[in-house]
Structure formats: structure tokens, C-alpha cells
Design a protein around this ligand. Structure first.
Ligand code: RP5
Length: 173
């Protein structure tokens, strides 16, 4: 097993069903990752240690998910110089997800967190892969294949709609 280059962290095991989406897509792209709990509020010393050691441990991107008063991604980004992708989680303590979104999205100048959609862990994994593909042509090829795959899926749906008799007058040509 090679060392992980993506770190997936989250504030609670209750975030895992959402954050598993990042792990699954990284696995699909053949990217080594690690996954663990780091709570900004309940394990602040673990947070500092994780963020301080991330680069020297070989990580290149961190994906951090949390819900409610979601300080984890921003606090990690305040310590490490690695890119941090934040996943707002619609957790049980969240007010409809907006608190999670705004806590992660509205970072002050100087400390960016690349924020994906509410529960958007899959996109966080894809974005991590895209960052890593800058220096990895084989991974860039796999990402290109993925884009072709999702395009074909839509084209197949268009064909199905046409064959069910819906009036589609548009074709790319
Ligand atoms: C946050 O509080 C976690 O990231 C989670 O989204 C939320 C609820 O945590 P639990 O009460 O389920 O442990 O810190």
C-alpha cells in the first residue's frame, strides 16, 4: 500500500455517510487516501497536530467535512499551506444546512477554503483529483474518461426520451 496523498477528515462519525462519497470517487480514480475524525470543537489539539503534520506526512490535498458551526475546514486551512476543500454537511444539529454552508464558505481574506455544495463530498473528491492531475498525466486521462462517461449517460437519456416519443428538435450536429 502506498502512502495516502489525500486526507479526508470530518467532525463526527455522523458525517461519514456523506463523506464516504469523497472516498468512493478517489478510490475510483486510483488515488490513495486516508480517512479519520478530527473535531474542531471536541479535539482541538488533534486538529492542530493533523494540520501541522499534513504536508510532511505526504498529503497533498485535504478534504474536510463538518456540519452546524463548521469550523473544521477553515481552522485546518489556517494552519496548513495545502489546499483545503470544505464539504458542508447537513447534520442533525444544522439549521437546514445553511449554517454549515456559510461557516465553510465565508472565510475571511487570506485563508481560502474551496467549498463544494451541501453534502457535496463526491465533488470534493473530483476536485481533489483535478488538483492532483496537474502533475499527473495518467490521472488527467482518467478524469477525461470520467467526463466522457457522464456525457454519454446524458446522451443515452436523450435517446430514451426521443424513443418514448418526446418532441426533441435539437441536436448538436
Ligand atoms: C459537527 O457537528 C460534526 O461535523 C457533525 O456534522 C455535527 C454533529 O455531530 P454529532 O453530534 O453527530 O457527533 O461538529
Amino acid at each position: 500500500m502506498t502512502s495516502p496523498i489525500v486526507g479526508i477528515i470530518m467532525g463526527s462519525d455522523s458525517d461519514l455517510p456523506v463523506m464516504q462519497g469523497a472516498a468512493d470517487i478517489l478510490q475510483q480514480f486510483g488515488i490513495e487516501y486516508e480517512i479519520t475524525l478530527v473535531s474542531a470543537h471536541r479535539t482541538p489539539h488533534r486538529l492542530v497536530a493533523y494540520a501541522e503534520q499534513a504536508r510532511s506526512r505526504g498529503l497533498q490535498v485535504i478534504i474536510a467535512g463538518a456540519g452546524g458551526a463548521a469550523h473544521l475546514p477553515g481552522m485546518v486551512a489556517s494552519i496548513t499551506t495545502l489546499p483545503v476543500i470544505g464539504v458542508p454537511v447537513k447534520s442533525s444539529n444544522s439549521i437546514d444546512g445553511w449554517d454549515s454552508i456559510l461557516s465553510i464558505l465565508q472565510m475571511p481574506n487570506g485563508v481560502p477554503v474551496a467549498t463544494v455544495a451541501l453534502n457535496g463530498a463526491k465533488n470534493a473528491g473530483i476536485l481533489a483529483a483535478q488538483i492532483l492531475s496537474i502533475n499527473n498525466p495518467a490521472l488527467a486521462d482518467r478524469l477525461h474518461g470520467y467526463k466522457q462517461q457522464i456525457q454519454s449517460e446524458v446522451e443515452n437519456k436523450i435517446q430514451k426520451m426521443k424513443s418514448s416519443g418526446l418532441n426533441n428538435q435539437f441536436d448538436v450536429g
